[in-house]
Design a protein around this ligand. Structure first.
Ligand code: NI
Length: 256
């Protein structure tokens, strides 16, 4: 059985969530974590978690939504943390790809939520795009607040960056790009990351794995990326799925 540790079932690309849930349960995905991008989508995640037994959720503000991160927004995000199915603070981090962006605002939004995660006794799910240097600096400066750990989601960096992330005690999550034809650096990263620090995810509706690249991604496809990673690691898929599931439940401990 598999877990999709990062998905966005609240996305408008999923008009029929019943169908998507049935698809992944049929294909052996036992649970998914819906990541919040702002207060509204975090609330949507909570509502999905209350409707479907296999859905868990994270509450948080994505860096690309940090312009709207005011006191009211933060209050709503915080209020969700004590929900029994809220398993993480996320997704949070830095994104210097989508322009325009305000580096200071993103850093402030990121750091406030790292602090909040420690108070809430929850792990964090970190988004990083084109901001590796600043992201590692913030994480190192706030290392004492990473008590409940976290994951670098949809990892796309180098082996050197992976080593820094692991030194901080964080997990590394692989998504569809691991399976793409041009994934040479990621293949090295996958070989480098110890099995007990690996997670898999879809980040759906985006980033469908090969050979479905370009289509609307959905949680069932975490089986494709997980099987690909198992093969890279020289493991039998069913056995490796157990390792991945254990890893997810160790980090997202409220899922147990
Ligand atoms: Ni995401």
């Amino acid at each position: 059985m598999f877990i999709d540790t990062h998905c966005h079932l609240h996305d408008a690309k999923f008009p029929d969530v019943d169908l998507i849930v049935n698809n992944y349960l049929r294909d052996g995905v036992e649970a998914v974590i819906n990541m919040g991008c702002c207060a509204a989508t975090s609330v949507m995640g909570k509502n999905l978690a209350e409707k479907y037994p296999s859905v868990y959720f994270a509450t948080g503000c994505h860096p690309s939504d940090s312009n709207g991160f005011d006191d009211k927004e933060f209050e709503t995000i915080r209020s969700l943390a004590s929900h029994p199915k809220c398993v993480a603070v996320g997704e949070i981090g830095l994104d210097y790809y989508w322009k325009p962006f305000d580096k200071e605002k993103q850093a402030d939004c990121f750091i406030k939520q790292i602090e909040f995660a420690k108070e809430a006794k929850l792990p964090i799910c970190i988004h990083n795009r084109d901001a590796t240097g600043d992201m590692l600096k913030i994480l190192k400066d706030n290392k004492d607040k990473l008590t409940y750990g976290g994951v670098m989601h949809c990892f796309s960096g180098s082996v050197e960056t992976a080593a820094e992330v692991l030194k901080l005690g964080l997990y590394i999550s692989f998504a569809g790009p691991l399976t793409f034809k041009n994934a040479s650096t990621l293949l090295d990263v996958a070989a480098f990351v110890p099995e007990d620090k690996c997670l898999t995810e879809t980040d759906c509706p985006y980033l469908a794995p090969h050979p479905l690249r370009g289509t609307v991604n959905e949680p069932k496809n975490v089986t494709i990326t997980s099987a690909f990673l198992a093969e890279l690691k020289g493991k039998e898929v069913t056995e490796f799925a157990k390792t991945l599931t254990n890893n997810a439940k160790n980090l997202f401990y409220k899922m147990k």
